[in-house]
Structure formats: C-alpha cells, structure tokens
Design a protein. Structure first.
Length: 452
C-alpha cells in the first residue's frame, strides 16, 4: 500500500504545476489503480485531471472504478461522452453498469451509443434492466461457457477463444443446447481426462446457482455458506445469464454494512466525512428533530405529575437509559439474525417468547440491584425502592419485547430492520419508560397511601 506523505504530495503538486509530463508519468508508473485513486483524493480536480489524462486506457478505466463515487462523478462531469465510452469499453460489464447507473438517463444513452464493442453495449443494456439490489444487478457477463455435447478438443478450442476476453478465470460453465446451466467443468478435469468423448461425462452436475431476481442478501449468504469465489446466475427457467464473483459480493456487503450502521446511528442518508456541511446537516437533522420531539413528549408527561417527588426524579435517567440499552440489544440480535439467515419470519412467535424469557431474567436481576441501591441510599421510605425496582422490571421486559417485535415487523413490511437498532427504539423506550414509571409511582400512592 502506497503512503502519501505531505512532502510527496507537495512534490506531485509541483510536478503538475510545472506541467512536467515525463516526471508525472514516471511517478504513476507501476502504481496500482487503487493507489492512484487514493492519490487523486489528496488533489484538487484540476490536478487529478492532469494526471488522469496521462494514464493508458486500461489503467484509466480501473482507476475510474476505484474512485469514490463523488470523486468519480466530478471527474466524469466535464469528460466527453466518447472518452467515457472508451473507458467503459475496457471494464467488465458489471463494473461498467455501476458507472453508467450513476449518470443521468440522457448521458447513459449518449455514452452507450459511443461504445465500439456492440456486444459489450448490448450486455450493459441487458444488465441495466435489473434492480441494482438483486443478483442480476451485480452480475457480469464475462465467463467461459461450453456445451455439454462438445468433445474435449472442441471444448479446449472454445475455451481458449473465450478466455482472451476474460481477465480472471474462476469456473467454466456447462450448458445444454437451450443455454440451461447443467454443470461446471473443472480445469483439473482437462488434465486428468484429456481424451473424454463428451464434456457431460466428466462435468460436476447441479452446481450452486442463484436466480437473477434474488436479493443481494441471499447472494452474500450463499457465498458464505458454500465458500464460493464465483457463482452462476440463471433466469426463471434455468438459463445461464451471468456470473457473480466474490469481489462483487464483498463490495455490496461493505456498502450494506455502512448503510445499516448509519441508519442505526440516526443518519437518514449515506454520508462521508468529506461531504459538505449542508449534506451532513440534511442527513443528521431528521432523527435529531425526532429525538427532540421525543424529549419534549417525555417532559410533557412529567409535567402532568406536578407533585412528583424529587427523589423519584433522580431515577428517571436510569429508567430511560436501561430501557434504551435493552431495546437496542434485543433489536440488534434480531437484525443480525435476519441478515445472516439464522432467523426467519416464520419463527417470529418463537423468538418473541424466547426474548420474553431472557428479558424476564434480566429484569429480575436489574430490579434486585436497583432495589438494593435504593434501600441503602434512600431508606426514608420503602416506597422509593419498590417504585423504582418495579418500574425498571417492567421497562426491561417491555424493551425486550418491543426491541424484538419492531425489526420483525419492519422486515415483514419490506423496510430495512436496521432502522430498529437506532434512535427509534431509544426514543420510544424513553417515552414508554417515563409513562411506566409515572404509572407505577401513582399506583403506589393511591394503593398504599405512600409518601415519597
């Protein structure tokens, strides 16, 4: 990994300022596209454009893919459609689609019209029809395909021809005359069975595959479950339409994790540290306002109890904080289970009952700890320990059930359940916790005639 010190960056800027093309080319020579993309992030747009124009087509295309989405958009903004098309022509179809999807509809059509390779353009158009959150949306068309009826010599000849257009070879897919996926042909077989009559006699049948409309979560789950580096994609009748490689899956998993983490943190849109102040404000403000409204609601509820004793008020942060923590723990477990496939919606009732058991046990321990503390430090009236411990007990059980129920409900409604691990749970538990505390304290006063 290349490290860019302030001294080195100053040297690069001086080279660019002096328009020293030979030195600039020498500095870029041998650098990995990812390192060049990182270098661009430390330069302004004009400086980056100067260096980018010095790259060969293959490297320029790879650097374009390695750039951050915002940096890539800036670089493409002033680039002619012909130049963008020439870069896309050097990319795999799945990477080309990722770039084209970031452009306006009008720009897409113009760029596709300038792609020299008609077959490449056709494949890109086919992939653009898929939802980007499905297997079809992340698959590529670059793969070696052989017919099950071919002999070994014919198969080897076709493999050599097709391999010229492929940078990385993972698997060879075997189809029938209707292009239906029938198996995988291991390269080892080519060495151990050089004189086999037909491929279908030595292929591995029933390979792991996935439908083109399957969600990305299912794709990632299968890659992990079967320890795959590549997986074929088929349509509704089993025809081979593409393949997904592990690097595509890792990119999607990373993006999904970042999105869920931000959602759980109360950010409404995908933001980066280098985004503008306005963008970050727009992303943060919605949940902050909702949090303020929740706090005002809790304050209003407290105002309904004008004679509420100051001693009991000391425990309000404990009630709210405990409820929020328990709720987030419960919802985080459910969201994780839904994400990795260890929990299915049909098991919702069983999971809620299980969480009730866990919540009951946790509530009992926490309530006993709080009761002991209140007895020691607030022994003037037994009503304080009873009120606080009963409230904590009730809040923990509610938060456990609520934290389980909400993500399951969101998943059933096709809403990202990660929403349930953030401010939504905390705010709701704060309000409900205050209500429970007030209700139990008032009930004790009415039932026992207790004073605090």
């Amino acid at each position: 990994m290349k490290e860019y010190t302030p001294e080195y960056l100053e040297h690069i800027r001086e080279v660019i300022h002096n328009q020293n093309i030979e030195v600039a080319r020498k500095e870029l020579e041998g650098l990995h596209p990812a390192d060049i993309a990182e270098l661009y992030q430390n330069l302004n747009l004009k400086e980056a454009e100067f260096l980018y124009d010095l790259l060969d087509e293959d490297t320029a295309a790879e650097v374009l893919m390695q750039l951050d989405e915002d940096d890539r958009r800036k670089l493409l903004r002033d680039m002619p459609a012909e130049e963008i098309a020439s870069h896309i022509d050097h990319l795999d179809t799945d990477d080309a689609v990722d770039i084209i999807q970031e452009l306006d509809e009008e720009d897409r059509e113009e760029i596709l019209a300038h792609i020299d390779d008609v077959e490449q353009a056709g494949d890109i158009i086919d992939l653009l029809k898929y939802d980007e959150d499905t297997a079809g949306g992340i698959m590529g068309k670059e793969m070696i395909v052989v017919n099950q009826e071919w002999s070994m010599p014919e198969c080897i000849k076709q493999m050599r021809m097709q391999a010229e257009e492929i940078d990385e070879l993972y698997n060879i897919y075997v189809v029938d005359n209707d292009n239906r996926l029938k198996g995988i042909f291991p390269l080892k077989t080519m060495i151990t069975h050089p004189s086999v009559s037909k491929i279908k006699h030595v292929m591995e049948v029933d390979p792991v595959s996935i439908k083109d409309d399957a969600p990305i979560e299912d794709v990632a789950r299968d890659f992990e479950k079967y320890d795959l580096v590549a997986m074929p994609v088929v349509d509704s009748i089993g025809r081979l339409v593409g393949r997904i490689t592990v690097d595509d899956v890792m990119d999607q998993v990373r993006e999904s994790s970042e999105r869920d983490y931000q959602l759980a943190s109360g950010l409404s849109t995908d933001v980066e540290t280098d985004d503008s102040v306005f963008t970050q404000i727009r992303a943060r403000m919605p949940w902050l306002l909702i949090g303020v409204i929740g706090g005002l609601a809790a304050s209003w509820l407290l105002g309904l109890f004008e004679d509420f004793n100051p001693i009991l008020a000391l425990f309000i942060p404990l009630i709210c904080g405990t409820g929020g923590n328990v709720g987030i723990q419960s919802s985080a477990i459910i969201v994780q289970g839904l994400a990795n496939g260890s929990l299915e919606l049909k098991d919702s009732g069983k999971q809620i009952l299980k969480e009730m058991g866990v919540g009951l046990f946790n509530a009992l321990i926490i309530a006993l700890v709080v009761f002991g503390y209140a007895v020691i430090f607030h022994s003037a009236s037994i009503s304080v320990p009873i009120s606080v411990s009963l409230s904590v007990f009730s809040v923990v059980i509610f938060a456990s059930i609520f934290g389980t129920f909400v993500p399951l409900t969101l998943e059933r409604c096709n809403i990202d359940p990660a929403l349930a691990t953030g401010p939504f749970i905390t705010i709701t538990n704060d309000i409900v916790g205050v209500v429970i505390y007030m209700a139990i304290s008032s009930a004790l006063i009415d039932a026992l005639g207790a004073t605090f």
